[in-house]
Write a protein of this length. Structure first.
Length: 560
């Protein structure tokens, strides 16, 4: 099996797996897991881990579990459990019948804790959280042993049983592993295994009033599921010796942890705590706000699962953290939608054009290409009438020399239509804004059968005023103006919010939007890629801008 994989394209985790298979470790099995905590929505950083864990299992004909590490009932909710499952399925992965929860193992994990107490390797500590934290010392100074560290095994078992029975108040006692208060690894300085929480759990209800810490439950859950390759991000590297200590002392299945670099993207944040704050403070409209880096937000904005999987494949799997340019993610969605998105005309800021020599009662239905990148996409027909809308910025009263669009006495081609010439224009006397252009068309210049010999440099998008549809168009941009909004010590990350991350315009779109569904995507020619928002109704279309046609972020930056 391993010989079929191309050696020159292996990442370091694949190299480890191939070496394990050559040595016939784990009987050649590959079994991974994706272990989210159900305390928030998944974000783009999780997508990398999902693609890696499920992708590795698929590549080596192994298995991948979905396991919720639900050990903190105060922050967890069934809403998050359901959203996480939806996001993983949307990305294209399936855990089949292997859906697990850390809470499935609460009884087994508790019995394992009892074993450690019986072997003198765990004890009940009465110190407060502040005293325990202070007693751990610093990375350069050893910690101080608790006065309760040498309690007898019998007393520890009695106290632990009473903790489980709910006979103590929250914060009055914890169970700690007895390891080494002088260890240079702070995680080995008698870590907490259980704490008292008189809080209902979303799955176990009030069955438990003590809950295992993440560090205690995580490694034991991996071992109980016989995970062969436990893939974690680099911040868990210092936790690995603790997981291995527990597994060694309890003689459990030797699940091995390997760390890879987490995904950090410029101009965004992926801290669930900070994302939750954006939601709670109504900075954004919710977890699925299209400006959020959550998978539900990216989906609503118009990102496709294919584009995200391609992005994760493109950035690869590294051993060291780094920052990925947001432009690479945007490139991935452009690359995907360019070959798949049907083309349509959408006008964001309509400017009326009256073609004075075209009959009022005449209509022509002109063929337009649905997608030049897809020969199978065919054509559609768009109506041409004597009154049209073009984009306001496609006209200038006094255009510079390199402006090839419309101006007084200038000619342009209307795409799929005719060449027109601007003869006159009207302005609002109060605002001075141009309201209407008066143009003439050349009947000999019809697209596809032009006999005029005329050459023009500009080609414009347009829609018929009579047949166009009203549309609310939401122009989304990056949520932050700083590449690392969370990396400035002493400055709150919200100081770097982009005040122009959402602009809503009332636009006009062509009539070819029958039977559209939420999340259907299109390219508005010369504008960008857009998708149908779930707020959309047949009589009131709502579009989200997914991304512009080109990476023009630098040009969009406000001048300082």
């Amino acid at each position: 099996m391993a010989a079929e994989i191309q050696k020159d394209r292996l990442n370091f985790i694949e190299e480890i797996i191939e070496r394990d298979q050559e040595l016939h470790r784990n009987n050649g099995r590959v079994h991974t897991r994706f272990p989210p905590e159900p305390n928030g929505y998944l974000h783009i950083g999780h997508a990398k881990s999902i693609c890696l864990n499920f992708g590795i299992a698929d590549k080596y004909q192994g298995l991948c579990n979905l396991r919720f590490d639900d050990t903190n009932p105060e922050k967890e909710d069934i809403e998050y459990v359901e959203s996480i499952q939806e996001d993983i399925r949307w990305l294209g992965f399936d855990w089949q019948d292997r859906l697990y929860y850390a809470s499935d193992y609460f009884s087994e994990i508790y019995e394992l804790a009892v074993r450690l107490v019986q072997e003198g390797l765990a004890y009940v500590d009465d110190q407060s959280a502040e005293e325990i934290s202070e007693g751990r010392g610093t990375p350069t100074q050893p910690g101080k042993e608790s006065a309760y560290r040498d309690r007898s095994i019998k007393e520890n078992l009695t106290l632990l049983n009473k903790m489980k029975a709910g006979q103590f108040q929250e914060g009055s006692k914890v169970l700690r592993a007895k390891i080494d208060m002088a260890s240079p690894n702070m995680h080995l300085r008698d870590p907490i295994m259980y704490r008292i929480r008189h809080t209902s759990h979303h799955r176990t209800g009030d069955q438990w009033c003590i809950y295992p810490t993440y560090d205690w439950a995580h490694g034991q859950s991996d071992a109980l599921e016989e995970i062969t390759h436990s893939l974690c991000t680099l911040e868990f590297e210092v936790h690995r010796p603790l997981y291995e200590w527990f597994i060694e002392k309890l003689e459990l299945f030797p699940s091995k942890q390997y760390e890879f670099a987490r995904l950090n993207i410029g101009y965004t944040i992926i801290s669930k705590r900070k994302l939750l704050r954006l939601v709670q403070e109504s900075v954004v409209a919710g977890w699925d706000d299209p400006r959020m880096p959550t998978l539900s937000g990216l989906r609503r904005r118009g990102y496709t699962p294919e584009s995200i999987r391609n992005f994760c494949e493109r950035i690869g799997v590294a051993r060291r953290d780094g920052v990925i340019d947001m432009a690479l993610l945007e490139f991935s969605i452009r690359e995907d939608l360019n070959v798949r998105a049907p083309r349509r005309f959408g006008i964001l800021e309509p400017l009326k054009v009256v073609i004075t020599n075209y009959p009022d009662d005449k209509e022509e239905w002109l063929p337009a290409i649905n997608n030049p990148e897809d020969p199978q996409a065919g054509t559609r027909e768009i109506p041409f009438t004597n009154e049209l809308y073009i984009e306001r910025n496609d006209f200038m009263e006094d255009p510079p020399g390199k402006f090839f669009r419309l101006g007084p006495d200038r000619e342009v081609r209307l795409k799929y239509g005719y060449i027109i010439k601007c003869d006159d224009y009207h302005k609002d006397p109060e605002t001075g804004e141009v309201t209407t252009l008066f143009c003439t068309y050349d009947p000999q210049t019809k697209s596809g059968s032009d006999t005029s010999g005329k050459k023009v440099k500009g080609t414009l998008g347009w829609v018929s005023t009579k047949h166009s549809l009203d549309a609310e168009i939401r122009l989304y941009d990056r949520l932050f103006l700083d590449e690392d909004p969370g990396g400035h010590e002493g400055t709150d990350f919200t100081e770097f919010l982009n005040p122009h991350s959402l602009q809503i315009v009332k636009g006009k779109v062509e009539c070819n939007f029958e039977d559209v569904q939420p999340f259907d995507f299109f390219q508005f020619e010369r504008q960008g890629y857009f998708n149908i928002d779930p707020d959309s109704q047949p009589e009131s279309l709502v579009f989200n801008r997914t991304v512009t046609l080109r990476d023009n972020w630098g040009k969009l930056q406000p001048k300082k």
